[in-house]
Write a protein that binds this ligand. Sequence first.
Ligand code: ZN
Length: 153
Amino acid sequence: MIRFDLRCRRDHHFEAWFRDNAAYEAQAAAGGLSCPICGSAKVEKAIMAPRVAKSAGRVPDTRPAPVPIPAPMAKSGSPKEAQALRAALEQLRDHVEATCDDVGEAFPEEARKIHYGEAEARGIYGQASEAEAEALAEEGVEFSRLPLPRRNS
Ligand SMILES: [Zn+2]
């Protein structure tokens, strides 16, 4: 005798014993099988889940999947891209140094003078502290920040 786990069309699971698989097939083909719960004759062998999944008392993992933390922007580019960006910035700095007056730490003062027409309008470059840069921006003085240290020369 072998036991089959059977399932009707309404998903009732039940067990039935047969002499062998052929006996089951014959009885099923003849419509001699019916669900003991609802009486449906539409009965088939249930597909059993592997025992491993049923046992072991493992609690399903319902924790949300970990969200990937984006890498900091500075690290997102490839080394090649970073190199290209740096080269472009260095080119810009070279251009600025070649075409503008270096006023050094007098930059905020000089930029203001040019802005208010107290000095000759020309391109200048130099240093400004964060606070000075903010003050200049508030006054509407146009300037750009060059995100590169000055060349050590
Ligand atoms: Zn049923």
